[in-house]
Design a protein around this ligand. Structure first.
Ligand code: G3P
Length: 217
């Protein structure tokens, strides 16, 4: 399973990249706005900087909602860097645009996916990635990981090439369960990635080893 970081914060992207386990980045308008990025030029420059830090797919989301707007914006985003993946919402014009991008060699990430039916449509349009939002599904009292399992099964049995990118990850356990469910990619906040490191027995064991190491000196 590939690890993407789900943020537009450059320090966090750098920190995750320095760990040596980062395969890519996803952003969305909320995450970009949180970093105080305003205006087309600043947005484009920010994506370029991210692409210079991480050698892997970087999802940049379109802000338009009509076919013409999405295609126009997506072409500009894709021109920033070869690693840009155009992130398109799961709406009728979005599916149409994903098909257009597929036919024109531009990679896409179909976002705001909450059902298997939506995931089938994204795959039919040729999306490179599909992003089911598992944390938000859990918030509604359903099981987000179950949806990942269902989409993985459908894609495998149907031979769809779209990669299942589990998004809206909130905890380290989400990452483990998505790996079990067969997700191709997990996009996570830095806190969830670092949370995978933690175990009290590791801390206790290391404390003892360091104490014994001192006794040997
Ligand atoms: O990038 C989309 C997704 O990961 C959003 O997560 O926590 O806002 O539901 P969240």
């Amino acid at each position: 399973m590939k690890f993407f970081i789900d943020t537009a914060n450059l320090a966090q992207i750098q920190e995750a990249n320095d760990l040596g386990i980062l395969d890519g980045v996803t952003t969305n308008p909320t995450l970009m706005a949180k970093e105080g990025i305003r205006g087309t030029e600043a947005i484009m420059a920010h994506y370029k900087t991210i692409c210079e830090i991480v050698d892997g797919p970087v999802s940049a989301e379109v802000l338009g909602t009509t076919f013409a707007e999405i295609v126009e914006e997506g072409k500009k985003l894709a021109a920033i860097h070869e690693n840009i993946v155009v992130k398109v919402p799961m709406i009728k014009d979005g599916i149409k645009a994903i098909k257009w991008f597929t036919d024109n060699g531009i990679k896409t990430n179909c976002t705001l996916v909450f059902s298997a039916g939506q995931a089938i449509l994204a795959a039919k349009a040729g999306a490179t990635f599909v992003s089911p939002f598992i944390g938000r599904i859990d918030d509604g009292n359903w099981d987000g990981v179950q949806l990942i399992e269902q989409i993985v099964n459908i894609y495998n049995s149907q031979g769809f090439m779209t990669e299942v990118l589990a998004a809206s990850i909130r905890t380290p356990l989400h990452i483990v369960r998505c790996a079990e469910a067969g997700a191709d990619v997990c996009t996570c906040p830095l806190s969830s990635i670092l949370g995978l490191l933690k175990h009290p027995l590791t801390d206790l064991g290391l404390e003892q080893f360091l104490k014994d190491a001192k006794a040997m000196q």
